[in-house]
Design a protein around this ligand. Structure first.
Ligand code: 2HG
Ligand code: ZN
Length: 458
């Protein structure tokens, strides 16, 4: 039997996409920057089906690329470019979409790897709780992909990244064995935590099928301020002030005048507080009681505030958030950007913002640099348009600068294919060696997401 026929008998032939046109949307990432050929796209609906798919691919020695909502930004969920010979099977997890009952007492729920973030959040809210991670791609991003990349988003300062939400996981190894720990024990000191190990493993160790997730108390009363400050140093000082005087602080996001003007143009709205300052901080306060008075008092207490607009209604809040969350789409509307996602120690954030233009201009003189990000984690999204042939030079320049400043070359998007060759800038040889040993223990044939996360051995 051919592999294609075996996969068809595992998941049903209608869920094995062989036709070139049907495969196409799974073979290119959201940005259009990463693209490659697959042998087939397979869409299993149960853990048992995932196990059969992996067994068949193992037997045939065919590599497997794991894909969730295909919202990744580092090429980790699509086949590699220029593949000849053994094109991979793309295993898509979106049909693993079961959502269990919320356990209110334990504040936990079990979600299939293919559940979309927005559906998970709505489910948690319907039970009077909330999910602690939120991000712009909420309608498409899946739980499995978010755990696999240890996604961060806009509430990390309040609830941590995706790894912190994982109370257990079920996953299938490449040989078809299932490892499952979904009981959600609040205390468990029996050795290695496989769920946490899979968080950030980018599909290189096992295929996540279900995740036991922590939920957080609902803080549905919200107020948002869009605050103009002189520059990034003042933004950091503002953050320090807010951390002290605003206990309900739930998000602190950074953007700059040029980026906000770009987004406003894209959305067809007038940019708020135009000309008031070079940088903007979007501040959200959240609580069980209306936090608006607390937010206004906090802004008054912080001398960095040059001007501010405050939104309390859901519509007005969404408009302010759109100015921050709209960056990705507004940039993509202008072309395919080089996307970098870096962090440095907070004390050096302003210095990084100051040094980026020169570093990028030296690598690609005609390029257009747009910076924004998550202020509370000193996490900048560095997007570079019109880099042309110089994309790799831009990547090298920015990532080397960040590494020299004691930072991380990937703060929340993962390493993927885009940054695998740069991993040594953030991780020591000893760390990379031990990661390779872990990979070999889970996937001795090296068939799961080859080329993702770990640099190729030359
Ligand atoms: C965000 O924070 C996302 O909006 C996307 O992480 C960042 O497009 C980007 O570079
Ligand atoms: Zn982000």
């Amino acid at each position: 039997m051919t592999l294609e026929a075996a996969l068809g008998s595992a998941v049903g032939p209608e869920h094995v996409l062989l036709d070139r046109d049907l495969r196409a949307s799974y073979e290119t990432d959201w940005t259009g920057r990463f693209s490659g050929q697959s042998r087939a796209v397979v869409r299993p609906a149960t853990t048992a089906e995932v196990a059969r798919v992996l067994q068949e691919c193992s037997g045939a020695r065919v590599p497997v690329v794991v894909q969730g909502g295909n919202t990744g930004l580092v090429g980790g969920g699509v086949p590699p470019a220029g593949q000849t010979g053994d094109a991979p099977v793309v295993l898509v997890t979106t049909r693993l979409a079961d959502l269990g009952d919320v356990c209110v007492a334990a504040r936990q729920v079990t979600a299939g790897a293919g559940v979309r973030l927005a559906a998970l959040t709505a489910h948690a809210r319907a039970a009077g709780l909330d999910f602690g991670v939120d991000l712009a791609a909420r309608d498409s991003a899946t739980v499995g992909g978010m755990v696999a990349t240890n996604a961060g988003g806009i509430r990390v300062l309040r609830h941590g990244s995706m790894r912190e939400q994982v109370a257990g996981a079920e996953a299938v190894l490449m040989d078809g064995q299932i490892v499952s720990r979904l009981d959600g024990l609040a205390k468990d000191s029996t050795g290695y935590d496989i769920g946490h190990l899979l968080a950030g493993s980018e599909g290189t160790l096992a295929v996540l099928t279900r995740v036991r997730l922590r939920l957080v108390p609902s803080e549905r009363r919200r107020a948002v301020a869009f605050v103009a400050v002189a520059g990034s140093a003042e933004a950091v000082d503002l953050l320090a002030g807010l951390q002290t005087v605003l206990p309900s602080l739930a998000a602190a996001e950074l953007c700059f005048a040029a980026g906000v003007a770009l987004v406003a143009r894209h959305l067809g709205v007038r940019p708020p507080l135009e000309g008031a300052g070079e940088a903007y901080v979007l501040v959200e306060a959240a609580g069980q009681r209306d936090p608006v008075d607390e937010l206004l008092a906090a802004l008054q207490a912080c001398p960095q505030v040059l001007d501010a607009t405050v939104a309390t209604s859901a519509t007005d809040r969404a408009q302010l958030w759109a100015l921050r969350e709209g960056h990705t789409e507004a940039i993509s509307a202008l072309g395919v950007p080089v996307k970098l996602d870096v962090s440095v120690p907070m004390a050096r954030l302003a210095e990084l913002v100051d040094r980026l233009p020169e570093a990028v201009a030296a690598a690609a003189p005609a390029a257009l640099l747009v910076i924004f990000g998550h202020l509370a984690e000193a996490n900048l999204h560095v997007n570079v348009l019109q880099a042309g042939e110089d994309g790799e030079r831009v990547t090298a320049a920015v990532l080397s600068l960040v590494a020299n400043m004691g930072g991380s070359i990937s703060s929340e998007h993962g390493v993927g294919r885009a940054k695998a060759r740069w991993l040594g800038l953030s991780r020591s040889q000893a760390e990379i060696d031990v990661m390779r040993s872990v990979k070999a223990a889970f996937d001795p044939l090296g068939l799961l997401n080859p080329g993702v996360l770990l640099p190729a051995v030359l």
